[in-house]
Design a protein around this ligand. Structure first.
Ligand code: ATP
Ligand code: MG
Length: 254
């Protein structure tokens, strides 16, 4: 199953969710490929130290812009069963470069993924905070979209636009089978705002909202800066427990 973690809002825990979901699934024994589709390279930096310069030719840029096969850019990680396709700062110009391309500009990632799909149980794509052509490539390649929403502030605006984009991808036959896997409440706290946002999300999206909620937990941030996932960094933290619950819920959802 190919899952895009997406929301055009910035800082809602897309990257944190992509990393820990991918690591959790790998620790559970599934074969997982994590694709960093964000030129900010946050996911990449968790697995490949920022001091190590990554050859542009070994990144997603090469796949989307130069039609390189995905197998030529897959890196192994310190986590068993987990492989990574790194991003590169150059991917920030990909939206512009793709806009000038005539052939198949939204289906390039799909074509690349289709060649390796059968080797993995889960392919997880971390997306940038935008709905540009790179994100469109992710949506075209994905079976499901996981939408993290921060409950730290009233962040519900923008979700309409995201749903319209998903509907557009389905209608234009880029990917008629695309579905929302679930909406994930993140940065949950015992505050009126957080509780209110969660309540509104459950009223609006019903069963689509995951039972699991992700609490605000500084250990999740610390895990990033220590270049690892939460199950390695702080396995007893509330963040690790929540992401373990999410992993179980994702496995049971189709
Ligand atoms: N549950 C949490 N509790 C505390 N801090 C968190 C939590 N989830 C994520 N963070 C931190 O909040 C910041 C934003 O999270 P993250 O990078 O995952 O968001 P994002 O949606 O990927 O952002 P962007 O849109 O820039 O890609 C990061 O510093 C991250 O470590
Ligand atoms: Mg991110």
């Amino acid at each position: 199953m190919v899952i895009s973690v997406a929301n055009q809002k910035g800082g809602v825990a897309k990257t944190t969710t992509a990393i820990n979901l991918a690591a959790g699934l790998a620790l559970a024994g599934y074969k997982v490929l994590l694709i960093d589709a964000d030129p900010q390279t946050n996911t990449t930096q968790v697995f490949i130290h920022p001091d190590i310069e990554i050859d542009l030719e070994k990144t997603l840029y090469q796949v989307i812009l130069k039609f390189a096969p995905l197998t030529s850019v897959i890196h192994s990680t310190q986590v068993n069963n987990l492989s990574l396709v790194p991003s590169h700062l150059r991917l920030s110009s990909a939206d512009l470069e793709l806009a000038q391309a005539l052939d198949n500009r939204s289906a390039r990632l799909k074509q690349a993924i289709d060649e390796v799909r059968s080797r993995y149980d889960y392919i997880i794509i971390d997306n940038p905070p935008s709905l540009g052509l790179v994100t469109m490539n992710s949506f075209t390649a994905s079976d499901r979209i996981l939408i993290p929403v921060s409950t730290a502030y009233f962040a519900l605006t923008g979700l309409d636009q995201l749903q319209e984009t998903i509907a557009m991808v389905k209608q234009t036959r880029l990917n008629p089978d695309l579905k929302v896997l679930g909406v994930l409440c993140t940065f949950c706290e015992e505050t009126n705002v957080s509780r209110d946002v969660e309540r509104q999300l459950r009223r609006y999206f019903g069963d689509q909202v995951f039972q699991t909620t992700i609490p605000k937990n500084v250990r999740l941030e610390e895990a990033h800066s220590n270049h690892t996932h939460i199950f390695n960094f702080a396995p007893k933290s509330t963040g690790a427990k929540a992401y373990a619950d999410l992993v179980r819920e994702v496995i049971t959802r189709q």
